[in-house]
Write a protein of this length. Structure first.
Lengths: 540, 337
């Protein structure tokens, strides 16, 4: 992080927001006027909680939190393949106007004029209370904080009213980026404490229903399962004042109707639609369609390496050669995915993740591998998928089943309901399945630590254990913390090569986030969390 | 009458107790693990355990049941995890939405089906009888989500006559002050005719969808029972006595043919509440059916229990009303009770 740049962006922000405040508010009863300042977003499902610290907050809830709360720091924007894309490596202040990274701590100076939506100033004790809350409430927020070595309340120190210091437990290059994710949001501590109870000391019940942040929007009405209405907070200091005054987010469960609403021009943005609809809308050209690959995300075929037949690497390789990759890309994704297979045989391994394997569909080779493995007689097994994402998972499994049958692997498709999927996966007994994993923090070692490390986290769904792999992953993490680029590169290449040689899981493709917008809507930004950021949108 | 009311209500109590026990047990044998689901994609086993403790799911089944019943006795139906709201408030706000839609569909179906059925019976074998047969067959055989999508496609997407299928009100209208929870009635009470018009426009297509579905059993039942009554002796006597067609058909025949129609109505109403689930999905209607289905998919116990309980109570009331209606239509039914 470059300090001079930080200051520059912070002051530019202040100027811009000042100018924005000066603009007079326009009130007009005319509906056309209201529609111009209002963004109507439709999606399949909505939040179950407005606070990401809540118990079991769902993914749409992250969107509510992102737009209504500020963090100390956030990412700069850059451009990637024509889409505004968050810059993983460049951070700027949101509530902080200055960040000073020391050897074993980082110190933030807060913007002096920043206030919460109820007018109380944002102080260092609010920041500490909020970070304490994130590491204490348990569940997902605490887990996410831990990913950046943020584990104990003692790490967050109030220096003075407008200065906070975060002490490092250990050197970890993910600590600073982890302070820019959704979880470490700054909450109006006095307001929430007032509404906390003995049983609920962190006021989770209150923030579930009410937004208590300093963010650019606040939720003025929320009818769960139906709609969420956001109004702009005109005194927002986190960045330039957003153009959109009001955001109405309606849940429309029927995909066909979401498409109809977009095509008729009644809705401004549709967050999710089936791939086929997106392709057709793109071809029709009446709407702006953005498709961006999930950062650090891969859809894969996983195999349980602990028990036969998939404990045999030759069988796993045979499966990798039997997958109908091209057919999946065409018939299931309609091209809306980035292939993670079929790299040229002489391609060098890159220091990057995700990257394609060298596998391609080759049934003859697969059959030969099956014979070499001693399974020429065939195998009977089950192929499982999560019904919650049946639109993609089911056709993938059907196509795979067809090809596997040709190499002697007979599969029964096992459809697991969404509520049950994670439980089944956690048992680590499914022999063969398709799943997707994506990490907020876009670093190869982060992905590999969760998915391939011998510490056997929940995402190591294959129960893969390899001393060599652990050495690479631990080495890469240490090298990243100490800034040893050469060692880091060697370790990342090592782990990618090993993952592709042992193939406990076979990468298929990087899925896309698909957003459809009317032509007059601009300002879409891709964020690591993949949800919408309302602050940059413009209409007209 | 009061005695009948009392005895009917008393018989409802054991069934309600049964419903409480059965729904509790049924939700517990659902395969999903609520805690794992709500712990999120990035949960550790420890995080899942923490959530399980928070939700009280780590207790034994009898202990959970005791918790549930004691909360129920205080009128607390628990909280939904997927929407984050208390179940009682959710049901209170969603039930009127479903009821308004269902009743609108039912009334519409009645208005069309009863005259249709009568005419088909009177002019048996005529073109109108055949039309009745075709329409009713089509009505039952087309699934509601299909008719719903078809109507949206034609009336909203192609013709632009219907408003966007976005629930009970256009996004730029605000809901009228709640009195009954029925937007049509509330907006009239508030004398807000613009909202009334908007709510009616939103209601039209989903109500027609439901009506098409409900048309068939009512029309068929009206026709069949009219045919039976028309061939009976008292009608022949009435005709022989030279009464007008209107008096014979409406005053004498129809009143006697109404009993089975009312029974069918009760059944159709319950069908409609079921069919509602799909219509609500298609029209983004914030009703109780879509709420229950979503809860079921996510193994969210409290709303499912609350929903089944609310439905059970609704059925008890409905059956009671139908019994009372019998008494009004046919004095003989009164004495039998």
């Amino acid at each position: 992080m470059n300090r001079r740049e930080f200051m520059k962006s912070a002051s530019a922000t202040a100027v811009a927001s000042g100018a924005g405040v000066a603009a007079p508010a326009v009130f007009s009863p005319a509906k056309a006027q209201a529609r111009n300042e209002t963004l109507l977003i439709v999606s399949e499902s909505g939040p179950n909680n407005l606070d990401i610290h809540g118990v079991g907050t769902n993914v749409p809830g992250y969107e509510a939190s992102w737009n209504t709360y500020d963090r100390l720091i956030t990412h700069e924007m850059t451009e990637k393949e024509g889409v505004r894309y968050y810059d993983r490596d460049k951070l700027k202040g949101e509530l902080a106007e200055d960040m000073n990274i020391g050897d074993m701590s980082v110190t933030f100076k807060l913007k002096k004029n920043a206030t919460f939506q109820d007018g109380t100033p944002v102080t260092a004790k609010d920041v500490k209370w909020s970070l304490d809350r994130a590491v204490s409430v348990g569940g997902f927020p605490t887990f996410q904080m831990k990913a950046g070595s943020l584990e104990k309340p003692e790490q967050f120190v109030v220096v003075d009213d407008h200065t906070v210091r975060v002490d490092f437990l250990r050197k970890d290059r993910l600590t600073i980026p982890d302070l820019a994710v959704i979880v470490p949001c700054v909450i109006n501590s006095e307001l929430v404490k007032k509404n906390a109870t003995e049983k609920d000391p962190w006021g989770l019940e209150y923030t579930k229903q009410n937004t208590a942040g300093s963010g650019a929007y606040r939720v003025t009405k929320w009818t769960p399962g139906t709609e969420v209405i956001f109004e702009r907070f005109d005194d927002w200091k986190g960045g330039p004042l957003p153009k959109i005054k009001r955001v109405i987010w309606r849940m429309v469960p029927s995909a066909g109707n979401r498409r109809a609403l977009m095509e008729r021009g009644d809705a401004d943005i549709s967050y999710d639609l089936p791939n086929k609809d997106f392709v057709e809308l793109k071809q029709a050209g009446k709407l702006n369609i953005t498709s961006v690959p999930y950062s650090n995300g891969v859809q894969y075929i996983g195999m349980n390496v602990k028990s036969p037949p998939f404990d045999n690497p030759k069988v796993r390789e045979a499966v990798a050669y039997a997958i109908p990759y091209e057919k999946i890309m065409e018939a299931v994704l309609y091209g809306l995915g980035r292939p993670m297979f079929g790299a040229p045989a002489d391609a060098a391994t890159k220091v990057a993740w995700p990257q394609p394997t060298k596998f391609k569909t080759d049934l003859a080779k697969a059959k030969q591998l099956m014979a070499e493995a001693g399974y020429a007689g065939g195998i009977d097994t089950t192929l499982s998928f999560d019904l919650g994402f049946a639109g993609v998972n089911e056709p993938i499994c059907v196509l795979l089943q067809e090809n596997l049958a040709q190499i002697g692997i007979k599969t029964t498709i096992n459809k697991i309901p969404g509520a049950n999927w994670r439980t089944e996966l956690n048992k680590k007994v499914l022999p063969l399945y398709t799943n997707v994993f994506s990490g907020w923090l876009d670093y190869p070692e982060y992905f590999f630590f969760w998915c391939y490390h011998g510490s056997n986290s929940v995402f190591n769904t294959m129960s893969y254990q390899s001393a060599a792999m652990d050495t690479f992953i631990d080495g890469a993490r240490a090298a990243a913390a100490s800034g040893d680029k050469a060692a880091y590169d060697t370790d990342v290449k090592g782990m990618v090569d090993l993952a592709f040689a042992d193939v406990p899981r076979i990468p298929l493709y990087q899925p896309f986030v698909n957003v459809a917008m009317q032509k007059n809507i601009t300002g879409y930004e891709y964020w690591f969390h993949r949800r919408l950021d309302y602050r940059a949108f413009q209409k007209g | 009458m009061l005695k009948l009311l009392g005895s009917r209500l008393a018989t409802a109590v054991p069934s309600l107790i049964g419903v409480v026990i059965v729904t509790f047990l049924l939700t517990r044998v659902l395969p999903g693990d609520t805690a794992a689901y709500f712990a999120g994609p990035a949960a550790t086993p420890q995080a899942i355990a923490e959530i399980r403790t928070k939700l009280g799911l780590d207790k034994s089944l009898p202990a959970q049941f005791a918790d549930y019943v004691s909360a129920l006795a205080h009128g607390d139906l628990g909280s939904s995890l997927s929407t984050g709201q208390p179940v009682a408030t959710e049901i209170a706000s969603r039930l009127p939405a479903s009821a308004e839609l269902t009743l609108a569909g039912l009334v519409l179906a009645l208005l069309i089906a009863v005259p249709f059925g009568i005419i088909a019976a009177v002019r048996q074998g005529s073109w109108i009888d055949h039309a009745c047969r075709i329409i009713t067959t089509a009505g039952v055989s087309l699934p509601v989500f299909f008719t719903g999508l078809l109507l949206v496609y034609v009336f909203y997407f192609k013709l632009g006559w219907a408003p966007a299928p976005l629930g009970r009100l256009d996004v730029f209208f605000s809901a009228p002050e709640t009195v009954t929870g029925f937007y049509l009635i509330d907006s009239l009470i508030a004398r807000d005719f613009e909202t009334f018009r908007a709510a009616l426009a939103q209601l039209a297509v989903p109500a027609i969808t439901l009506a098409i579905f409900a048309l068939a059993p009512i029309a068929r039942m009206t026709r069949a029972s009219m045919l039976a009554v028309l061939s009976s002796e008292f009608v022949r006597t009435a005709k022989a006595a030279g009464l007008t067609d209107y008096t014979v058909i409406i005053t004498y025949a129809f009143r006697n043919a109404m009993l089975p129609v009312v029974t069918t109505l009760g059944m159709v109403f319950s069908f409609l509440l079921g069919a509602n689930v799909l219509v609500e999905k298609v029209f983004a209607w914030p009703g109780i059916g879509s709420y229950a289905v979503e809860a079921l998919i996510t193994s969210d116990y409290a709303p499912v229990q609350g929903f089944v309980l609310a439905m059970a109570i609704l059925y008890v009331i409905l059956n009671l009303l139908i019994d009372l209606a019998y008494g009004i239509i046919d004095p003989r039914a009164r004495s039998e009770a």
